[in-house]
Structure formats: structure tokens, C-alpha cells
Design a protein. Structure first.
Length: 228
């Protein structure tokens, strides 16, 4: 199967969806390896990983290091429909916020991962507490969204750039409705997945992955609402 270059992401998504909804892949089982899927679809590993990350963020797949991706839900259409139901005006507002955050937050996460041990340990401890609160606030949208934003705000304020922290707080303060819309569209599992990866990279003092995971978190959300 060869996917045209101008629709790589959509083509991969359609293939994965077909395999899941037609029960070719069973819940609880490993799906084919990245190498096998790249060969089957004639796509690059980076293109495939971008889509797999989206499926993982929506709670459809669960990635296990050293094993691969396990199918944990076949509710693909319902989970993607929440994203598809966004109105055009909602999309524009959300996209503006995400594009701005993409400019500053990956850099902030990278800088935080390079803090001195004492400072980084305190930050990680605080973020771990917020991450636990997010997990405990599933289905409590207001608490979840506020805790999510506080998680990001702490990273922005801890990076050592006061202008960056100010810019983040300003855009968040005027976009509360947008933040709630993003939670409605992407659900609780998405936030848990991405914040867990960001936290782990900071805990490991890994600047490269801290930046990468923050970028993937925000860009995957933006890509999910891009109109066809």
C-alpha cells in the first residue's frame, strides 16, 4: 500500500482506523512494529510516529517501551469525532493559541531540563504533584484544565526567562474558553499522556526530549484540528 505524499497523515490514520475497526488488530494485542508498518505503507518512521502519537494520546494505543504499541480501545470514530465536531471559529481561536504556545513552550521545557540539580528537583516535585492532581481530576473539567495550565505555567516561569513567562501568562489569561474547548475536543487521556512524557524527560534532566515532547504535545493538538 502506497500513500500519496500530500495526504500521508490522513492515509496512515485511515489505515490504522480500518485495521482497528475491522478487528484485524485485537484489543490487548501488539499492533505490527513501526518497521513493518513503514514497509507496508511506504512512509517514513517520523510520519508514522506522529500519527501513532495521536492515537496514543487519544487512548486508542498504549506504547510500551521495548515492546511496541498495544491496542487498548477500538472506539476510534467516537474519539476522533470530538475533534471533528469543532466549529470553524473554535478552530481559529484554538489554532492561534497553539501556534503561539509552540513558539515558546518547547524552548521553556528545554531550558528547565538544564536547571541546576536542586532547582530541577524542586520543579519536578511540584510538576509531579500537579500531574497526580490531573490524574485524580479526570471528568472534573474545570479542575483538570486549571491544573493542566498550572503545569505549563510552572515550566514557563521556571525556565529563567521572565519575558517568556509573562507572555505565556498573558495569552492564557485571555483564552480560558479556548483551553476548555481543547479539553472537550482532546479529552482527559490526551493530557495525561503528554504531560507524563514531559514530566519524565524533566525528571531525567533530558533537554532534547523535554523540548521534543512539549513540541509533540502542542503540535499534535494543532495537527488534529487542521482542516482537510
Amino acid at each position: 500500500m502506497i500513500i500519496k505524499k500530500n495526504s500521508i497523515s490522513d492515509g496512515i490514520t485511515a489505515y490504522l482506523t480500518s485495521q482497528i475497526e475491522n478487528e484485524v488488530w485485537k484489543i490487548g494485542q501488539l499492533i505490527p512494529s513501526e518497521a513493518k508498518l513503514c514497509e507496508t505503507l511506504s512512509v517514513s518512521r517520523s510520519s508514522l510516529r506522529s500519527v501513532l502519537s495521536k492515537f496514543a494520546a487519544l487512548g486508542i494505543l498504549h506504547t510500551e517501551q521495548g515492546r511496541g504499541s498495544v491496542l487498548q480501545s477500538n472506539d476510534v470514530s467516537n474519539r476522533f469525532s470530538k475533534i471533528d465536531s469543532l466549529q470553524y471559529r473554535d478552530y481559529v481561536d484554538i489554532a492561534k493559541v497553539l501556534r503561539f504556545r509552540l513558539l515558546i513552550e518547547p524552548y521553556a521545557a528545554e531550558c528547565c531540563a538544564m536547571l541546576e540539580n536542586g532547582q530541577l528537583s524542586l520543579l519536578v516535585e511540584e510538576l509531579a504533584h500537579l500531574y497526580l492532581k490531573m490524574q485524580q481530576s479526570i471528568n472534573d473539567r474545570e479542575t483538570f484544565v486549571n491544573t493542566d495550565l498550572l503545569f505549563h505555567s510552572r515550566i514557563a516561569s521556571a525556565c529563567g526567562n521572565e519575558l517568556l513567562a509573562f507572555a505565556f501568562d498573558e495569552v492564557i489569561s485571555v483564552s480560558k474558553r479556548t483551553n476548555e474547548q481543547m479539553n472537550v475536543a482532546f479529552g482527559f487521556d490526551t493530557g495525561i499522556y503528554h504531560h507524563g512524557r514531559i514530566l519524565e524527560a524533566l525528571r531525567n534532566a533530558d533537554p532534547q526530549n523535554a523540548k521534543r515532547y512539549m513540541q509533540e504535545h502542542l503540535s499534535s493538538a494543532l495537527e488534529s484540528i487542521e482542516p482537510a
